[in-house]
Write a protein that binds this ligand. Structure first.
Ligand SMILES: [Cu+2]
Length: 479
């Protein structure tokens, strides 16, 4: 039954000739991970016995994202684990209580971990690559008797990292966001201005991935996974890349992080198993594409579990201007996404991502940042906002309170342009990975809230302000 976890997503038999099956399996593991954890739990709830003889050597397999068996049962005494990485990504095996850990092992490698004489008891086992424990790579080492009782305990919650969680995905150690807090004096909101298109027709860019401690809300710093252009500070979202139809993008992706990453440009038409493959820390790849179609496109890391990599900050926008895009007075980019906190110093909590339990919904990566620092325009000026819903899971009903869009463009086409029928639009609706732009002006001086009209999310960080002209009153808390 366990074999279905590797063959069923591949589908037809033609896949067997597919050279890059490892990459395929890796990227599909997002879909597989949940299934395989269930399988392992039910199948390996019983114990694997150590081989006979004085050397108690037990075979343990690492994969995306499981440690098999889930319960490693051995008699008391000298214990060795023969650990094989059967996956595509780098994994390790750690037993924190025993202070034992394998090296970070590439796929296909086997390493024997000598635990020495181990006392009776139950020990937590995990892969300590960031995110992999949360993704399912936990197990229990049960030494001596009482294997049956401990096996039940270990399989009930998928390991100790999830202990005490109940039906909520939250870990008690996850950081909390105070939506009434105000940013520090020196806080600088991300510049929402849309960059001009790159000059020329061939754009050679170096895009780096790394972990970075970023402030996501007043007083809350989270270990985010980021994209940044060479020489620039890491940000969430990643940089906005903008070009024109027909431009050639030559992007060198460099992994400066501690875990594997990849990039998937929705603006491109390229083979997924080649260009979108995951690269290990220190590696790089070249991803070339021609901008054949106009739009605002998402790019994101697709390394399994992609939900974790996107949910923890690895997304950004590529804008390819449609032909004859009219000039406007101001042009902005607002990327909506969810934030899922984790414990301080750790990435966001994958369990909350799996359950759609976001802590916040934000524009350009920070709770209520344009409420704290409104975007300043003048009445009657024409404004274009490029909007992208990066998700990973929540929709957007993009709305600016107090005005009407006379122009909307979504997913490759104008939905509305000014004409004699005088049609107006109140929201731009976007599902995850959809984008477009809206155009409007403000009739009079004042404050104009920026929201997603799914208002439960406005209370959780998805609130900004346009300030048109001089305004006497201070921005109110709500509106
Ligand atoms: Cu990634």
């Amino acid at each position: 039954m366990a074999e279905t976890t590797t063959t069923s997503p591949g589908g037809a038999g033609g896949r067997s000739a597919f050279g890059a099956f490892a990459a395929l399996t890796s990227a599909l593991a997002l879909f597989i991970a949940a299934i395989s954890v269930v399988l392992v739990n039910s199948k390996d709830g019983g114990a694997t016995k150590a081989s006979s003889g004085s050397a108690q050597t037990v075979e343990v397999k690492l994969s995306e994202f499981a440690i098999t068996p889930k319960v490693i049962s051995v008699p008391a005494g000298a214990v060795k684990l023969s650990v094989t990485n059967g996956g595509a990504q780098i994994h390790n095996l750690e037993i924190p209580k025993l202070k034992k850990k394998t090296s970070d092992m590439a796929g296909g490698k086997t390493e024997v971990l000598d635990l020495g004489d181990v006392e009776e008891g139950t020990y937590e086992v995990l892969c300590n690559i960031p995110g992999h424990g949360d993704a399912g790579m936990t197990a229990s080492l049960v030494v001596g008797g009482a294997a049956g009782a401990s096996a039940g305990a270990a399989s009930s919650s998928g390991g100790m990292m999830m202990a005490g969680m109940g039906t909520s995905g939250a870990n008690p150690a996850d950081q909390t966001i105070d939506f009434n807090a105000t940013p520090a004096k020196d806080f600088q909101a991300r510049d929402p201005k849309a960059p001009a298109p790159f000059s020329g027709t061939v754009h050679e860019l170096t895009l780096e991935t790394r972990e970075a401690e970023l402030e996501i809300a007043p007083g809350v710093k989270q270990t985010m996974w980021t994209f940044s252009l060479e020489g620039q500070a890491p940000t969430v979202p990643g940089p906005v890349l903008r070009g024109k139809l027909g431009d050639r993008f030559k992007v060198t992706l460099v992994n400066k992080g501690k875990v594997e990453h990849s990039v998937d440009f929705h603006a491109s038409r390229v083979a997924w198993n080649d260009k979108m493959r995951s690269i290990k820390p220190g590696e790089s790849l070249v991803y070339e594409f021609t901008a054949d179609y106009a739009g605002i496109y998402m790019y994101h890391c697709g390394t399994a579990p992609a939900l974790h990599h996107i949910g923890n900050g690895m997304y950004g926008a590529v804008i390819i201007d449609p032909p004859n895009l009219p000039p406007v007075d101001h042009e902005y980019v607002l990327v909506q996404s969810e934030l899922y906190t984790g414990p301080a110093g750790q990435p966001g909590d994958l369990n909350k991502m799996k359950k759609d339990q976001w802590d916040a919904v934000v524009f350009n990566g920070y709770v209520n940042q344009y409420k704290a620092q409104p975007i300043r325009v003048e009445p009657q000026e024409r404004v274009r906002v490029w909007a992208l819903d990066a998700g990973p899971s929540e929709n957007s009903s993009f709305h600016v309170v107090g005005t009407i869009f006379d122009t909307t463009w979504k997913e490759g086409t104008y939905l509305l342009q000014p004409d004699a029928r005088r049609g107006g639009s109140q929201t731009l609706d976007l599902q995850p990975a959809q984008g477009g732009f809206v155009e409007f002006s403000f009739a009079e001086a004042g404050l104009y809230p920026i929201v997603t009209h799914k208002f439960s999310n406005v209370a959780r960080g998805a609130l900004g302000l346009f300030q048109a002209g001089e305004v006497k009153t201070a921005p109110a808390g709500g509106h």
